[in-house]
Design a protein around this ligand. Structure first.
Ligand SMILES: Cc1ncc(COP(=O)(O)O)c(C=O)c1O
Length: 350
């Protein structure tokens, strides 16, 4: 991401030794005349797009001589801060929800961060992180509080434009919780337009879940959300920190919003994996669920170019894939029964 240091508030001399960004833009081919790419953010050091924000926040902290960073997170951002904090030798303290996926908790602990699980909603974690940061004189990286998270994440937009020869796509599909990735994409493309690198802004498409869709509803009050919980925990944010900026980003880009349910998300996890070899966590696969839903509704025009943000790896949250595998796997074979394998197998339907 540091190839774009002129667009960032501090220079590459403050970067970590990890490689954040410069992730591939995978060409997934066409579907009914719509060309699809996936920006594979799972290739970042901790497996999610959040590394772009953590890398910049920790670089700013280093530039200002701040030796501790605190944050609240639904999981990925905390794992990311812990990973890059270890590389930067900066102390990291995180507050996370009690039901955080176990692999994300293990990842945070392996990177040596101080972890506090909180028995309450995400907003309570944000309040506690703010108090801790103030009491300890630490920087607060919490999304929507720290302005550098948006600046770091906007490098994803800069890379997409560069990888597409400065002809941005018609649509960018963004799985949305707090709305920070959404507003960061808007910021990145706005910066490029302001300096004459691109002519046209892509339309932004927010995908939220039926369990938490305040940004989608603020943009389009006709959208309904009625589920109690969701498997896409990373975007399960009932009170988004960046609601206003996200809605403005949608309006300014002539964007769109859609709400998907857990059945559609689980289907998207398995479809992305089996059709394209890309394994995303449910929150990230929600973007593809939104794409499929809106394609059926005829939102996209023939010839549209669409980029999905593959915001996080499926390896950290296997619950949906395990549930599908348990349903799809046949009975256990007797070792002598190999001839039954010669009968044509029916692959699971995704
Ligand atoms: C994998 C993944 N996708 C999407 C998001 C949503 O990002 P934001 O909260 O900025 O809307 C998150 C946030 O935690 C995430 O971890």
């Amino acid at each position: 991401m540091w190839q774009f240091q002129t667009f960032l508030p501090v220079g590459a001399e403050w970067r970590s030794h990890l490689q954040v960004g410069d992730t591939p833009l995978l060409d997934l081919g066409t579907s009914q005349d719509i060309r699809i790419w996936l920006k594979d953010e799972t290739r970042n050091p901790s497996g999610s797009l959040k590394d772009r924000a953590s890398e910049l926040v920790l670089a700013v902290a280093a530039a200002f001589g701040i030796d501790e960073v605190v944050m609240a997170s639904t999981g990925n951002a905390a794992a990311s801060l812990a990973a890059i904090g270890a590389a930067q030798k900066t102390r990291v303290t995180v507050v996370v929800p009690r039901d955080i996926p176990v692999a994300k908790l293990a990842q945070i602990q392996a990177f040596g961060a101080e972890v506090h699980r909180i028995d309450g909603p995400y907003e309570a974690a944000c309040t506690l992180a703010g108090k801790l940061a103030q009491a300890r004189g630490a920087m607060n990286r919490t999304t929507g509080i720290n302005p550098f998270t948006r600046e770091g994440k906007k490098t994803c937009a800069l890379e997409i434009a560069c990888q597409m020869d400065w002809q941005p796509p018609d649509w960018i599909i963004v799985p949305t919780g707090d709305g920070n990735i959404l507003s960061a994409m808007a910021k990145g493309f706005a910066d490029l337009k302001a300096c004459g690198m691109i002519r046209q802004l892509p339309r932004l498409l927010a995908v939220q879940t039926a369990a938490a869709c305040p940004i989608a509803q603020a943009f389009d009050p006709a959208l309904q959300g009625d589920a109690l919980g969701t498997c896409a925990d990373s975007i399960n944010v009932p009170a988004p920190m960046d609601l206003r900026a996200a809605v403005l980003a949608l309006r300014h880009s002539n964007g769109h919003a859609v709400v998907v349910d857990d059945t559609e998300i689980a289907h998207a996890v398995m479809a992305l994996a089996s059709r394209f070899g890309v394994f995303l966590e449910p929150a990230a696969a929600a973007g593809y669920a939104g794409f499929e839903k809106l394609q059926k509704q005829g939102l996209f025009a023939s010839g549209d170019r669409v980029v999905l943000l593959g915001t996080g790896t499926g390896l950290k949250d296997l619950r949906v894939a395990i549930a599908a595998a348990e349903t799809d796997s046949g009975p256990c074979l007797h070792p002598d029964d190999w001839q039954s394998l010669l009968a044509p197998a029916t692959p699971p339907e995704h």
